[in-house]
Design a binder for this molecule. Structure first.
Ligand code: TXA
Ligand code: MG
Length: 316
């Protein structure tokens, strides 16, 4: 539905209740999580879930993450192996998504999982997200709240810039603490890193006592959303740059200065937190290309480099 008035709801009890009521009516509500803003709908409601895909322009084969309040709620929709239990106990609530076998009686709309036998599930840590889940009392399907293929939103303003008029409301919780999407781990049944994200892979490896392998070339059938060109600003990106060329804006990190910086002190948490906002801001200047300083490839740097690589990938 386009042309609707998008309500901006405050981070108050009233705002949360209004957001929960809209979800219960089958409407779309964007809400903050600790990673990025999600575009939520009742995961059991076919029409509501279909509206997510329509609002984002997202292809129907790309499944959604289901957000639940706690492990008990997650166990109602997905089967947990011992490894899954261990990861959930260690990192939930938090920026980790687990892809697990879907329970046949889960009651989710088939559109959420795009017909796959698995479901992606996560327990967000953000206080407003938790309050919304409690007030709604059900599972909330939520991709990032951006038009498909664009940079994920980390503020209510970002959400409105992309989706105003296409969604019922945004619950405004200010800027997201982490700033990059959740880390996605599949268990088939061995753990596989499907997307680096807000939980450093090293933390997961320490928990499991082993190295996490990625899917690489075989990524598509398992994580249909991990298309190469993604998170794309309008400007072209040139990575691992130490200075700007003619016509480029420079995004710095650490000792490499720029028109803007991800973190002058080289702090990866700070860099993740402002990555999408800086890309949006430089893109908004209408510059032809953005040169980005090298970012170390460990901890949150892995997620940052993954998003930068996708933003820099050749466009279709
Ligand atoms: O931090 C996040 O994860 C945010 C917040 C809102 O929770 N959500 C988010 O959703 O990033 P989205 O839709 O932008 O990315 C979810 C990714 C997609 O690449 C999708 O293909 C993958 O998860 N996914 C979902 N269900 C899956 C499944 N059953 N198997 C494999 N990949 C799946
Ligand atoms: Mg997304």
């Amino acid at each position: 539905m386009t042309g609707q008035k998008t309500e901006r709801l405050p981070a108050t009890e009233e705002g949360v209740l209004r957001a929960a009521l809209l979800l219960a009516k089958g409407r779309l509500v964007a809400f903050p999580t600790e990673t990025v803003y999600g575009l939520g709908a009742d995961a059991r409601d076919d029409a509501a879930v279909a509206a997510i895909f329509a609002a984002k322009g997202r292809p129907g084969y790309n499944p959604l993450i289901v957000h639940v309040a706690d492990i008990a709620a997650a166990r109602q929709i997905a089967s947990f192996s011992d490894t899954a239990e261990r990861l959930a106990a260690s990192f939930w609530p938090g920026p980790l998504t687990l892809v697990l076998p879907l329970k046949p009686d889960a009651g989710l709309s088939g559109k959420v999982t795009a017909g796959l036998p698995t479901v992606a599930v996560r327990v967000p840590a953000n206080d407003l997200a938790q309050r919304l889940l409690a007030a709604f009392g059900g599972q909330v399907a939520a991709p990032s709240a951006n038009p498909s293929g664009k940079v994920s939103p980390t503020t209510a303003e970002h959400v409105l810039a992309g989706l105003a008029g296409r969604i019922a409301a945004v619950l405004d919780g200010g800027a997201c603490e982490i700033g990059v999407e959740s880390t996605i781990v599949g268990l088939d049944p061995e753990p596989v890193l499907l997307r680096p994200g807000g939980l450093p892979a090293e933390d997961i490896e320490r928990c499991l006592g082993r190295i996490l392998r990625g899917l690489d070339g075989a990524r598509l059938p398992n994580a249909p959303g991990q298309l190469a060109s993604h998170y794309a600003p309008a400007a072209a990106l040139r990575l691992n740059a130490t200075e700007a060329r003619e016509g480029e804006a420079m995004l710095g990190f650490g000792d490499v200065a720029g028109d803007m910086t991800l973190s002058a002190s080289g702090d990866l948490h700070q860099a993740a937190g402002c990555l999408f906002d800086r890309l949006r801001a430089l893109d908004a200047t209408g510059v032809r290309a953005i040169a980005v300083a090298p970012v170390p490839d460990h901890g949150l740097g892995r997620a940052i480099n993954d998003r930068l690589a996708r933003a820099a990938a050749p466009r279709e």
